[in-house]
Design a protein around this ligand. Structure first.
Ligand SMILES: Nc1ncnc2c1ncn2[C@@H]1O[C@H](COP(=O)(O)OP(=O)(O)OP(=O)(O)O)[C@@H](O)[C@H]1O
Ligand SMILES: [Mg+2]
Length: 228
C-alpha cells in the first residue's frame, strides 16, 4: 500500500487537518486568480532553510492534480533532494543526469500514486549545482515540461546561502515564496524581493507556513507591506 512519508502529510491522502486542507485549496484558488493561463512554471522557494518549501510544493501539486490538471513536481534542490522520499521513489535518475546530458527527460519522470501528479526527482545529489541550473539545458527542460504539463512546480533550496533560487526565478513564470511563521526577518525578505526583481523574476504570492490564527493576523499586515 502507498505509504506516505510521515513528515509530509498530503492533501486528500491522510488525516490532514481540515483547516490545513482548506488552506492548500485556497492557495490553489488564489494562484489561479493571480496567474495568467500561460504561466505554467513556478518556483517554490524561501529565504531560510526548513520554512516549508517541500511541504508547500507537494500539497499545491496535489491540489492542482485533484482539480484535474496535469502536474509535474520537479526536485531542483540538487544538494538536498527530498521529493523522491515524499513519494517513496528512487532518486537514482533525475534532473541532475538530464542536465549533465546523461539521461533523457521523458524516462526520468515517474508517476506518483496520485492521478495526474508526476515527479521528476533530483537524481544524483551534487554540491555545486548552479552552473547546471543556469545552463541552456535547464531552459530546455522547462520548455519541454511546459509542452507536456499544465503545471510545473519546482522545489528548490533556500535563497539565503545559495544562488540557485535566483537562477531558477529568472527562467520560471512565477515565484511562490514560502515564509515560515516567525522565522525570517523583514530586511531579509526585502533583500530577497530585490534579488528576484534583479533577475526579472515575478513573485506571484507568498505562503505563510505553520501559521496559527493569531500569528497570521499579526503578520499579514507586515508581510504584505514587504511583498507588496
Ligand atoms: N505547515 C506545517 N505544519 C507542520 N509541519 C510542517 C509544516 N511545514 C513544514 N513542516 C515540517 O517542517 C520540516 C521542514 O519542512 P520542509 O521540508 O517542507 O521545508 P523546506 O523549506 O523544504 O526545507 P529545506 O530548506 O531543508 O528544503 C519538515 O519536517 C516538515 O514536515
Ligand atoms: Mg525542501
Amino acid at each position: 500500500m502507498f505509504q506516505l512519508h510521515n513528515k509530509y502529510p498530503l492533501l486528500g491522502k491522510s488525516k490532514m487537518n481540515a483547516d490545513v486542507s482548506r488552506a492548500y485549496r485556497l492557495l490553489r484558488t488564489k494562484m489561479n486568480r493571480v496567474c495568467q493561463v500561460n504561466q505554467k512554471s513556478f518556483l517554490i522557494t524561501s529565504v531560510l532553510k526548513g520554512e516549508g518549501k517541500t511541504m508547500t510544493a507537494v500539497n499545491l501539486g496535489v491540489a492542482y492534480a485533484l482539480e484535474g490538471k496535469r502536474v509535474v513536481l520537479v526536485d531542483a534542490n540538487l544538494t538536498q533532494p527530498a521529493l523522491h522520499e515524499v513519494f517513496s521513489k528512487s532518486n537514482r535518475i533525475g534532473l541532475s543526469q538530464i542536465l549533465e546530458q546523461d539521461h533523457v527527460l521523458q524516462s526520468a519522470i515517474v508517476e506518483t500514486d496520485i492521478e495526474h501528479l508526476m515527479l521528476l526527482p533530483a537524481g544524483k545529489p551534487m554540491q555545486h549545482p548552479s552552473e547546471l541550473l543556469a545552463s541552456k539545458m535547464m531552459l530546455d527542460v522547462i520548455a519541454q515540461l511546459k509542452s507536456s504539463f499544465d503545471m510545473i512546480l519546482i522545489d528548490s533550496s533556500s535563497a539565503m546561502k545559495s544562488t540557485e533560487p535566483f537562477i531558477l526565478a529568472g527562467i520560471t513564470d512565477g515565484v511562490l515564496l514560502v515564509v515560515g511563521t516567525g522565522k525570517v526577518k523583514r530586511h531579509l525578505l526585502q533583500q530577497f524581493k530585490q534579488h528576484i526583481e534583479d533577475v526579472n523574476g515575478t513573485i506571484v504570492g507568498s505562503v505563510l507556513n505553520r501559521a496559527t490564527k493569531s500569528s497570521w493576523e499579526r503578520s499579514i499586515m507586515d508581510h504584505s507591506q514587504v511583498i507588496g
